[in-house]
Write a protein that binds this ligand. Structure first.
Ligand SMILES: C[S@@+](CC[C@H](N)C(=O)[O-])C[C@H]1O[C@@H](n2cnc3c(N)ncnc32)[C@H](O)[C@@H]1O
Length: 317
């Protein structure tokens, strides 16, 4: 594991402020990473606040265990997905959960650690793995590239990467794999470069392709949808949920889920009266998403795309 800083926590002051921490607060950090947010939460909730930390990645659990050692039995760490928050709450948590933080995506450690295959720098001989949990996930990026149809590959690139030329790339991958498999990041980057797609655009096309594959490999949108619903369910009334998203797909899903929970009723808008009887379960605290200020961007350019949204669980639900 890298000895340098595992991950610089993003929008830290804003996260702490929206969690509304007090001594004794019980907080779930669903995306522990290197434990940066977690350490600050534990300090703010001293002397007896507790933190339950989840991460899919065993490297993250090990790094956070090291970093949070001094907090002793105020910390419990579990290698699990935040989409299992209901089970985790039932197994571990006390009667109340006062706050939940989800800081989505990958950590700097995961991006920088070549063996994980998230890296898209030219010439990278890293394997096309991209599983968040490093070992146990169902499939790797190389498996997807070797097995999906042209249509399915196109859908992954267009939906999760918004990549111009998605169909051309999908076709080129299928043509290439018939003679030679795509196994390393360099194989894929060379193929993308040779097609000239997305040239001159704001985002490097390889960045978009790698993002799309990572989202598909880890079913990130499915996990986020399940995790947000579970988070709202398990919070105590008045408890806080803070979510930091790093691309528009994630942020849109957070915004929609918050709005639906704040609305309650799921009846079609053209119906004259509500028949579902579902009450609002959530109040949105951030009218607009909060991004990093100039000082944070100067210190940590990787915070560039971060968008924080927060809300509170309502009594009536
Ligand atoms: C941006 S990092 C979090 C960094 C952390 N807040 C810190 O201060 O160090 C995101 C982390 O979430 C983890 N992760 C992503 N999806 C997850 C999921 N569905 N369940 C649990 N952890 C997940 C990743 O493995 C990664 O370690």
């Amino acid at each position: 594991m890298a000895t340098t800083l595992y991950h610089e926590p993003v929008l830290l002051a804003e996260t702490l402020a929206h969690l509304n921490l007090e001594p004794g607060s019980v907080i779930v950090d669903g995306t522990l990473g290197g434990g940066g947010h977690a350490a600050a939460i534990l300090e703010r909730a001293a002397p007896d606040g507790r933190l339950i930390g989840l991460d899919l990645d065993s490297d993250a659990i090990a790094a956070a265990a090291d970093r949070l050692q001094s907090f002793g039995d105020r910390v419990q760490l579990i290698q699990a997905s935040f989409r299992r928050l209901d089970d985790v709450a039932a197994e571990l948590a006390p009667t109340t959960i006062d706050g939940i933080v989800l800081d989505l995506g990958v950590s700097s450690y995961q991006l920088d650690e070549a063996s994980r295959g998230f890296r898209f720098s030219p010439g990278a001989e890293s394997p096309l793995d991209m599983r968040m949990d490093g070992v146990g996930g169902p499939t790797t990026a190389a498996n997807l590239l070797a097995s999906l149809s042209v249509e399915d590959l196109e859908q992954v690139f267009s939906e999760y990467g918004q990549l111009p030329g998605s169909r051309r790339l999908a076709r080129a991958i299928v043509a290439r794999r018939n003679s030679e498999p795509l196994e390393t990041a360099a194989d894929l980057i060379d193929l993308i470069g040779g097609l000239g797609i997305g040239r001159g655009r704001r985002h490097n096309p390889a960045t978009l392709v790698f993002q799309a594959l990572r989202i598909a490999v880890n079913d990130e949108m499915g996990a986020l949808g399940d995790g947000l619903q579970a988070a709202i369910r398990v919070l105590r009334p008045g408890g806080r949920l803070v979510v930091i998203a790093y691309h528009s797909l994630e942020d849109r899903l957070v915004k929609r889920t918050f709005r639906q929970a704040a609305r309650g009723c799921t009846c079609p808008s053209e119906w004259p009266a509500c028949t579902c009887g579902i009450l609002p379960s959530f109040e949105i605290l951030t009218r607009r998403p909060i991004g990093p200020g100039p000082e944070e961007l100067e210190r940590n350019p990787r915070a560039r795309s971060a968008r924080l949204r927060a809300g509170t669980r309502l009594e009536a639900a």
